[in-house]
Each structure stands twice: as C-alpha cells, then as structure tokens.
Design a protein around this ligand. Structure first.
Ligand SMILES: C[C@](O)(CO)[C@H](O)COP(=O)(O)OP(=O)(O)OC[C@H]1O[C@@H](n2ccc(N)nc2=O)[C@H](O)[C@@H]1O
Ligand SMILES: Nc1ncnc2c1ncn2[C@@H]1O[C@H](COP(=O)(O)OP(=O)(O)OP(=O)(O)O)[C@@H](O)[C@H]1O
Length: 289
C-alpha cells in the first residue's frame, strides 16, 4: 500500500522570543502559516520490518538523522508496529532555510503513517508526538495558520490571513537554527506586537498585517550573513508591501497584494538568489482523511 502526502513549508509572519528557559530552549510567540510550496512524501508499506528513507538530495540525510525517519521510528516504537515502511521524499522546499522543510516532512510522515498503520490517532495526539522530534513539527502536523507558544509546540489555530502573494528568496547559504538562538540577546531586540498581528489576521486587514510583521532573529542572521540584508533591500525597492526573514533564515519573504508587483519582485530577484518562488498562503488546516 502506498500514500503520497504533501509537506508544505511555513513562514513566520511574526516571531518573538520572550526569554531563555532553564532547559536551554527559548520561550517564543510566533504567528505561522503554511504556504503552497511543498515537499512530496511517498510512503510505501514493506513486508520487511524496517524503515527505509531516500530523498535524492545531497543536503538531506538518508538515515536516522532524517526527521521523517525519526517520525516513523517514534510511531513504530510507541505503538509496537511490526510493519516496515519506505519513505521517499521529493524535496522542493529549500533545506536549512527557515521554512521548516524537515519538520514538515516529519509531520507528513506522522499523518500518513497514522493512516497506513491504522493507528487512529487524532491531529492533537500526532502534534504532541511531533513535539518530541522538533519544535516546529507540532505546527506542521496541523498546518494552516496558528499562534505557536512554549518552545513552539503549543498551537492555537487562527483564521486564514488576508489573501496576498508571498515571494520567497533564498540566498546561497544555509543557517543553523541553534547558532542563531545562541547568538540572540533577548534584552537588546525590538519585540513585535503578537497581539496586534493576530488582530490584523482576525480582522482580515492586509495593511495592518504588513505593519505588524517582525522577527527578533532577523538581526542575528543579518549580522552573520549580509546578503540577507541585500535581498531585503531589493524586495523593498521593487515595491513589496512588507518584507521579513522567515524563522532563523536565511530565506526572506515579501507580502505583495498586486500581481504586477509580485512579477516585478520575482523577476528582479531571480538570478540574484539561489531560489525564488511566488506562492499563496494555504490558509486551511490539514485533515486526517
Ligand atoms: C526558528 C523556528 O524555525 C521558527 O519557527 C523554530 O523556533 C525552530 O524550530 P526547530 O528547527 O524545529 O527547532 P528544534 O529542532 O526543536 O531546535 C533546534 C535548536 O534551536 C534552538 N531552539 C529551538 C526552538 C526554541 N524555541 N528555542 C531554541 O533555543 C535550540 O538550541 C535547539 O537545539
Ligand atoms: N527531511 C528533511 N529535510 C530537510 N532537512 C532535514 C530533513 N531531515 C533532517 N534534516 C536536517 O535538518 C537540517 C535543517 O533542515 P530544515 O530544512 O528542516 O531547516 P529549516 O527550514 O531551517 O528548519 P526550521 O525552520 O524548522 O528551523 C538540515 O540541514 C538537514 O541536515
């Protein structure tokens, strides 16, 4: 039996860090949304009791370090599953880019194997298991738009944001999330107003959403990689309504209302960056069927 599942990337419309916790993680407040840029995860049940993984991407590990492998192993061990699975990942989401590609592959594996192995778990139960794999996995289990708190694993669903284009540009570098958090000085940053961002989404106010974007990790990554600032400048010059780095970066995204400006930014950035995409937000949460 085979199942093909989409694993969409996320962007952080706002990302605030409140403080560093005794366990080493940071307490966050993030407004996140899934976008129409996705890996394809194909799950095939095997007769042999083993987990195989293959992504055909030189930046992605094809072994126990792969987050989708870890998702399969977690379900297998926790629920004593004796059947094996082969996981094929067709990577479309840039790797180590601030777009939660690996976390979304893990979430897709959780949703898909729940079905293939007949485990009957709810999305809430899968999200709780996802938190054991990584901080972004719980959000990716649900998708859609949400406020994420705690270390990112406490999810409160939000309505779909106002419709607009998202133009994403990734420079020729990858970023270590752990390093960016390590270099952050929580007391020396301008904190975004999470409540106002939520209000903008709830009232479907595109202008307000653009005013409220903010990411406290941005300055850390800009300090490490000046090319991120150059991309931000270019997007602003080409007429973006708002520009922000996603997650720990280095991907930068624009929010753009009008088609003509979207084309201008997309064409202006192409060739200058490693990868450029123009996509829509997905809005809807995943369902279990
Ligand atoms: C930057 C974001 O992607 C924004 O959505 C997330 O906060 C990070 O999510 P993630 O990559 O799933 O993070 P994890 O794999 O759980 O953690 C990677 C490393 O980032 C740091 N980390 C992560 C999340 C958090 N709330 N505080 C942290 O300090 C920790 O050093 C951790 O060892
Ligand atoms: N399925 C996977 N896809 C991509 N990377 C993976 C995967 N599994 C493990 N990894 C490892 O995780 C690292 C980070 O990859 P990922 O693309 O998820 O980063 P990211 O988008 O910055 O994540 P986040 O936004 O959650 O911090 C990669 O360098 C890779 O070694």
């Amino acid at each position: 039996m085979k199942l093909l599942i989409k694993a969409p990337a996320k962007i952080n419309l706002s990302l605030d860090v409140l403080y560093k916790r005794p366990d080493g993680y940071h307490e966050v407040e993030m407004v996140m949304t899934t976008i129409d840029l996705a890996d394809r995860v194909e799950l095939t049940l095997l007769d042999r009791d083993t987990i195989k993984i293959n992504s055909q991407n030189r930046f992605v590990p094809d072994d126990h370090r792969n987050l989708a492998y870890q998702a399969a192993l977690l379900l297998k061990e926790r629920f004593n599953v004796k059947q094996g699975v082969s996981i094929m990942i067709e990577k479309m989401v840039p790797v180590a880019a601030g777009l939660a590609g690996g976390s979304s592959d893990a979430a897709a594996a959780l949703r898909g194997l729940n079905k293939l192995w007949g485990l009957g778990l709810s999305l809430d139960e899968l999200a709780e298991l996802g938190a054991e794999i990584g901080s972004d996995v719980s959000f990716c289990v649900y998708g859609g738009t949400a406020l994420a708190t705690g270390r990112g694993e406490k999810i409160m669903q939000l309505p779909a944001p106002p419709t607009c284009w998202i133009v994403l540009a990734k420079p020729f570098i990858g970023v270590s999330t752990a390093e960016v958090y390590r270099k952050l000085n929580v007391n020396a940053v301008k904190h975004p107003d999470t409540k106002e961002m939520i209000k903008a989404i709830e009232t479907n106010d595109f202008g307000k959403m653009c005013n409220e974007v903010g990411n406290v990790l941005e300055d850390v990554t800009l300090g490490l990689h000046p090319e991120v600032a150059q991309i931000k400048d270019q997007m602003q010059r080409f007429g973006a309504d708002a520009v922000l780095m996603s997650g720990s970066g280095p991907t930068v995204f624009s929010l753009v209302e009008h088609d003509s400006r979207m084309h201008r930014i997309y064409n202006g950035l192409r060739g200058f960056c490693d990868q450029v995409f123009a996509v829509r937000m997905l809005g809807e949460r995943h369902t279990l069927d």
